[in-house]
Each structure stands twice: as C-alpha cells, then as structure tokens.
Design a protein around this ligand. Structure first.
Ligand SMILES: [Zn+2]
Length: 415
C-alpha cells in the first residue's frame, strides 16, 4: 500500500478514537459510555456520520444496530459482515470494540478508494450494547440479530427496577420488534470482527496479529456453605463448623483448578459473602461466586464434577455442608476454520507475523457465529490491560489490523 495512504489511515483512526472518546459520562471514571446512556446516544450520531463519510449507506435496524452497507455487484449474494461495538463498561477504555467499528469503516473506505468493487455487499455493523450492563445481559444487538433475545430477557430489571424492555423503549426502539432484523435473516457469507486482544499474549510474543481460534466457554457457580454459628470467643478451634474457612478452602481450590488446566483455562473466585455481620460469631452461612473459562471443551465439561467434589471434600473436613448452583454463561464457540485460514493467509500475504490465539473474553462474534462462518482478528493490548482507563493499542497495530481485515474481506469475497 502507498505510504501516504497508510498514514492517512493512521490519522483517521487516531482522530476517530479521540472523537469517540469525547462522548463520555462526565460523572464516571475513564471513558464511560454505557448502553442506553446519553453519551452513548450522542456518540451514535457521530458513528453514523463517520459511516456516511466513508460512503456507506447507513441505517439502524430494529435491534438498534447501526449498519453501514457498501453495495457489491450482486445484492442477492450472501453478504460479508464486519463490525464490533462502541459502548464501554463503566470506567472503561477507548479501544475495546471501537477498534472493530472504526477499523471496519476504514476497511470499507480503503476498498472504495482502491476502486475495487466487491461481488458481495459489505456490512459494517456497530452492534448495540455489547458490554455487561445493569440488566445483566451483554451482546444485546448481536443477540437480537441472531434471534436469541427472548421476551423473558426483556423482563430483566436494573438496580432501579427499570425493565430492559422499557430501556429499549426509552431509547426509541420497539421491544416487540428487536429480533426483526432482515439483514441477519438472509444467508450471510462470513462474519469477521477486528478487536483488541484484551490480554498480554501478543505483546509478550512481540507479534502484531492474532488469528482467533475459539471464544471461551464460561461456567459459573455459586457455592453456599452452611456451618454452625457459635461464640467466636468460647468455641474451641477443633470444635467448629466454620463456613468461612470452608469458603476460603474453596477459593484456593478454584485457583488450583485454573492452574491445572492443560491448555487455555482460567478460574476465578470473584466474590465471597458472609451472612454473619457480627465480629464475634463463627460464620455459619457463606456464599462464594466463581467463574471458570476455557476453549478446551474436554477440560471445561469436567470442571463441574471436579470442583464440586474437591470443594465438598474440603468443606467436609471442616464439618461444613455445601450446595452448588452451576450455570453455563457461554458455550465454547469455535471460529470457522475456513475464515481462520483466510485471515492467516491474508496476514502472510501482507508479511504480518501472527499467531493462533484463543479469546478469553466474549464478543459479538459469539452470536454472529450462529448466522455465518465466524472469525476474529486480534491486535495487541498494551500490558494486556482492558476494561480500564489504561487500555491502549498503538495506532500502527490498529492500522495493520485494518490491512489484514481489508485483505481478508477481499479474499472472502472471491470464495
Ligand atoms: Zn469488545
């Protein structure tokens, strides 16, 4: 590519990231732009203008996704879709999701500027509300596009008692039509999402690009420990049924499980609550919340049995009973081998070093995978930081990601 074009791309990416960062909740830390917020609403007008400036035909679907279309030669051929999200977590950063939306728009602009016309339509999508939110349901826009948003989901309430359905209505969307998304009901050729890694692997290996192999599955558990309340001053140490001690053993068991994963696996105890409020009572009721993630289905499918057994055995040593409430937050989703191959060969053709990499975070791509062969391209995150104000990716790395995306789209178009 011509050097001038490269620097223009870098400048546009830089100014776009800076402009979007200006839409933030002034009362929250970092770059906070949560779904349904005023700052988010305002930023979407900017995003639509950005798409129009790149020559895309812009619309908002019933799910609230902003869709920029670059028409191909055949409007009936299954389209190629790229995109990500522009909402952030509370106290979040400037790159998570944003890189995939701005990068997708830039890819479309570069394709147009090169004079090439694709055979297929290219859709650049800014998916509504990908991040976790007070309603406890992430990936709102991609979930709707995949037809996976249920009426029950709309009854979820935030901490103020506002229903998700009402939040949609207040945002100008009809909660009864959210899954009425015509572009997603047509056959799609492929979905490719450019995203920051959100972890340290690429930086540590000194590689500018990751070809995502799979997106992690997530198992969650709430373990409830029941012991016996006793006077903390009079009950002897060898005569206690201390639920807190059993929970502490469980925290370490969760960590040990993650450390023992054969390939990619992480396990985190995220919360411990004791019903005891008094400083002089042996705790009798303690709840521990944990999550376990992996792209290794054999390991992850066995985690419930292994951890339940280990935690129950340790609790038994302390005379404490334990009950488990397990749930699957996300199944493991594999990137399509065909799309992985195209991303890898595109990187090779451009001379960009890359590695295969699993995603430990979830993405809109999880839901898009039910509609089209899915792939993801990762670029490095400085120090692996994400979902915090320090989140950072170098413009040169983002621009390389855009180059890889352009080449990937071009190659996919011909298949
Ligand atoms: Zn994201």
């Amino acid at each position: 590519m011509h050097p001038t074009a490269v620097s223009e791309t870098a400048e546009r990416l830089d100014s776009g990231i800076a402009d979007l960062a200006g839409f933030r909740d002034p009362d929250r830390p970092g770059w906070t732009r949560e779904v349904f917020s005023e700052s988010y609403r305002a930023s979407r007008d900017w995003t639509m203008r950005r798409m129009q400036d790149a020559g895309l035909e812009v619309s908002v679907d019933h799910a609230g996704n902003i869709v920029g279309r670059m028409a191909g030669r055949s409007s009936s051929a299954p389209a190629i879709v790229t995109g990500s999200h522009t909402d952030t977590v509370d106290g979040g950063g400037r790159f998570d999701g944003i890189v995939g939306v701005l990068g997708g728009i830039e890819a479309a602009r570069l394709l147009r500027a090169s004079g090439a016309t694709l055979d297929r339509d290219l859709l650049v999508v800014d998916f509504l509300g990908e991040e976790s939110n007070p309603f406890g349901l992430s990936c709102l826009g991609s979930r709707s596009a995949a037809g996976e948003l249920t009426p029950g989901d709309l009854d979820r309430q935030d901490y103020r008692g506002v229903r998700l359905g009402q939040a949609y209505r207040d945002f100008g969307l009809d909660p009864d039509r959210l899954t009425d998304v015509p572009w997603a009901r047509r056959p799609l050729h492929a979905f490719v999402e450019l995203h920051i890694e959100q972890g340290p692997t690429l930086q540590q290996r000194g590689l500018p690009l990751g070809v995502v192999t799979a997106i992690t599955g997530i198992e969650r558990v709430i373990a409830t420990f029941t012991g016996s309340a006793d006077h903390a001053g009079t009950r002897a140490m060898d005569d206690r049924r201390d639920a807190m001690v059993a929970a502490a053993e469980a925290v370490l068991a969760v960590r040990a499980e993650g450390c023992g994963a054969p390939t990619h696996g992480v396990a985190t105890a995220t919360r411990v609550d004791s019903e005891s409020r008094s400083p002089n009572v042996v705790p009798s009721l303690v709840r521990m919340q944990s999550e376990i993630r992996s792209v290794d289905s054999t390991w992850l499918s066995g985690v419930r049995g292994r951890l339940s057994q280990e935690i129950a055995a340790k609790a038994g040593e302390h005379g404490v009973d334990v009950e488990f409430d397990w749930s699957t937050d996300n199944e493991i989703v594999h990137a399509a081998q065909s799309v992985q191959d195209v991303v890898a060969s595109s990187a090779d053709a451009l001379g960009i070093p890359w590695m295969p990499i699993p995603s430990g975070a979830t993405h809109d791509a999880v839901h898009m995978a039910s509609l089209a062969p899915m792939g993801m391209i990762f670029i490095p995150s400085k120090d692996g930081k994400s979902h915090c104000p320090e989140e950072w990716s170098e413009t040169a790395d983002i621009a390389l990601g855009v180059d890889a995306l352009v080449q990937t789209i071009t190659t996919l178009d011909g298949r």
